[in-house]
Design a protein around this ligand. Structure first.
Ligand code: IMP
Length: 426
C-alpha cells in the first residue's frame, strides 16, 4: 500500500492539519517524523476543539494508529498533558498512540539553554522556546542525549543524569549568568514518574511501520513546520532543527522514502512567518494587519502575531521541487476576499538584477525586493462555496495562477476551517 505525505510549502502554519484530518479517514497510520511540541495544530472532534503541539493529528481517530517517530523530540510532561486533555474531553487515547523508543527526550535544561541563547540579541532566531534546538544538538552530539527507551530503565537513567546534569549546569552558566541550576536526582525522580505513564505507549515504531507496510496498511506522514524551516534547505539559520521536508521521512521514521508515492504540498493563499528571518513579501501596513486579523494569524504554540505578506511564487516553486510534490492545495483563500487587487511575487530584484529563482542563502534573500504580478481581487464571501463553480471568476483565476506558477495541479481549495469548507478540484 503506497504511503502519502502532507507537507507545508512555506514557513509553517499552512493549515496542513485540515488536510491531514481529511486524509486520516482513509489511512490506518498517521506518523510524525520531525520536530516536537513546536508544531501547534488545532484539531476538531465533534463540536470540540483541541490545541495540540506534539501529538499527531490522527490521535482523534480511534481507527488510526498515531505514531511519534524516532525523528521527533519529546517533552514528556507535554505528551502527558495533551493525552490528559484529550481523555478529559472524552477522546479515547490508549494503544492507538505510540512513541518511538528512539525518539529523544527534552529536559528542562534544554529549554533553559534556549532561553539564555535567545536572550542574546546576536544570533537570536525567534524560536518557540520549547527546547527543540538544544535537544537536537544533544542528539547529534550523542554524549548528553537521552532517548525515550532509556526512561524505562530507572538505574540507568539516574546514572546518565548524574553524568550529564553537572556538565549541563556548567555549560548553562557559561551561556548566561542568570542560568538556573538543575539537580540530577530531582530530574531522575521527575522523569521516572513520567516514564511510568508513558511506558504503555513506547515501542519500536520502525518495526511497527515495517510490519504495517508488509501487511499493506496505509500510512500518512504529517510533516511538521514548513519546508522553508527545514534545517538543510530552509532559510538557514532562521529555521528549525529538523528535516521538515519529506526527505526527513526515511531518517525520522525508518520508512524508505520510495514507499511514499503521493506528496501533497500545502500552500496558504498568502504568506506567513513567525520568528525572525527574511520574508521578502511581508506587508507591514494596514493591509498586513487586516490579513493577520481576518486570517487569525497568531501562533498556536506561542500566541505571537505572525508576520504576513503576499504569496511568493518563488518560494513555493522552490519548496515544491524540494518536496517532490504531486499536487498542491490552496488554503485560507477566503481570507483574501474584499481586497481589490492581489499580488503574487514572481521574481526578485537582487542587487539591481532580476532573478527568478529562490536564493538559497538567507542573507541574499534579505536583500531581495519582490517583483509582483497583479491580479484582480473579489468581493464575495467564499466561506459558503463548496464546488469550483461556486467560486467567483477572479478567485478561480487566482487559484489557477498559483497552480501554473508552481507547475502542479491544485487538488483542493480551502475556504474556511471546517471540513465542509473544502472544494475538491479533482
Ligand atoms: P524552533 O523550532 O522552536 O527551534 O523555532 C525555530 C523557528 O521555527 C522559529 O522561527 C519558529 O517560530 C519556527 N517554527 C517552529 N515550529 C513552527 C511551526 O510549527 N509553525 C511555524 N513556525 C514554526
Amino acid at each position: 500500500m503506497p504511503a502519502t505525505c502532507v507537507v507545508g510549502l512555506q514557513w509553517g502554519d499552512e493549515a496542513k492539519g485540515k488536510i491531514v484530518d481529511i486524509l486520516s479517514d482513509s489511512h490506518q497510520f498517521v506518523v510524525r517524523f520531525n520536530g516536537g511540541a513546536n508544531a501547534g495544530h488545532t484539531v476538531v472532534w465533534g463540536d470540540r476543539k483541541f490545541a495540540l503541539s506534539l501529538l499527531p493529528t490522527g490521535v482523534l481517530k480511534p481507527h488510526v494508529t498515531s505514531v511519534i517517530g524516532n525523528g521527533v523530540v519529546v517533552f514528556p510532561p507535554r505528551f502527558l498533558e495533551e493525552v490528559g486533555k484529550l481523555r478529559a474531553g472524552g477522546v479515547p487515547v490508549g494503544g492507538n498512540l505510540v512513541v518511538s523508543d528512539h525518539a529523544h527526550v527534552i529536559l528542562p535544561y534544554h529549554m533553559e539553554e534556549e532561553r539564555l541563547a535567545e536572550a542574546e540579541s546576536e544570533g537570536k532566531i525567534g524560536t518557540t522556546g520549547r527546547g527543540i534546538g538544544p535537544c537536537y544538538q544533544d542528539k547529534v552530539g550523542r554524549r548528553y542525549a537521552i532517548r525515550v527507551g532509556e526512561l524505562l530503565h530507572p538505574n540507568h537513567l539516574r546514572e546518565r543524569l548524574k553524568q550529564i546534569v553537572p556538565i549541563k549546569n556548567r555549560l548553562l552558566k557559561a551561556i548566561g549568568d542568570s542560568a538556573k541550576s538543575f539537580d540530577a536526582d530531582q530530574l531522575a525522580d521527575e522523569y521516572l514518574g513520567y516514564a511510568e505513564q508513558i511506558k504503555p505507549h513506547v515501542t519500536d515504531t520502525t518495526r511497527l511501520l515495517h510490519d504495517a507496510l508488509a501487511a499493506d496498511k496505509s500510512i500518512l506522514f504529517e510533516a511538521a513546520q514548513g519546508s522553508l524551516l527545514d534545517v538543510d534547505h530552509g532559510t538557514y539559520p532562521y529555521v528549525t532543527s529538523s528535516s521538515s521536508l519529506p526527505s526527513g521521512i526515511w531518517g525520522g521514521s525508518g520508512v524508505p522514502s520510495r514507499c511514499v508515492t503521493r506528496i501533497i504540498g500545502v500552500i496558504k493563499a498568502y504568506t506567513s512567518r513567525v520568528g525572525r528571518g527574511p520574508c521578502p513579501t511581508e506587508l507591514t501596513d494596514d493591509l498586513g494587519e487586516r490579513i493577520r486579523t481576518v486570517g487569525r494569524e497568531f501562533g498556536t504554540v506561542t500566541g505571537r502575531p505572525r508576520r504576513v505578506g503576499w504569496l511568493d511564487a518563488l518560494t513555493v516553486k522552490y519548496t515544491a521541487a524540494l518536496a517532490g510534490v504531486d499536487e498542491v492545495t490552496v488554503m485560507l483563500l477566503d481570507v483574501l476576499s474584499g481586497i481589490p487587487e492581489l499580488k503574487i511575487c514572481v521574481a526578485y530584484e537582487l542587487d539591481g538584477q532580476r532573478i527568478e529563482h529562490f536564493p538559497s542563502d538567507a542573507y541574499q534573500l534579505e536583500r531581495c525586493k519582490p517583483i509582483y504580478e497583479t491580479l484582480p481581487g473579489w468581493t464575495e464571501d467564499l466561506t459558503k462555496c463548496r464546488k469550483a463553480t461556486d467560486l467567483p471568476a477572479a478567485a478561480r483565476r487566482y487559484v489557477d495562477r498559483v497552480g501554473a506558477l508552481v507547475g502542479k495541479p491544485v487538488s483542493v481549495v480551502s475556504v474556511g476551517p471546517d471540513r465542509d469548507q473544502t472544494i475538491h478540484l479533482k
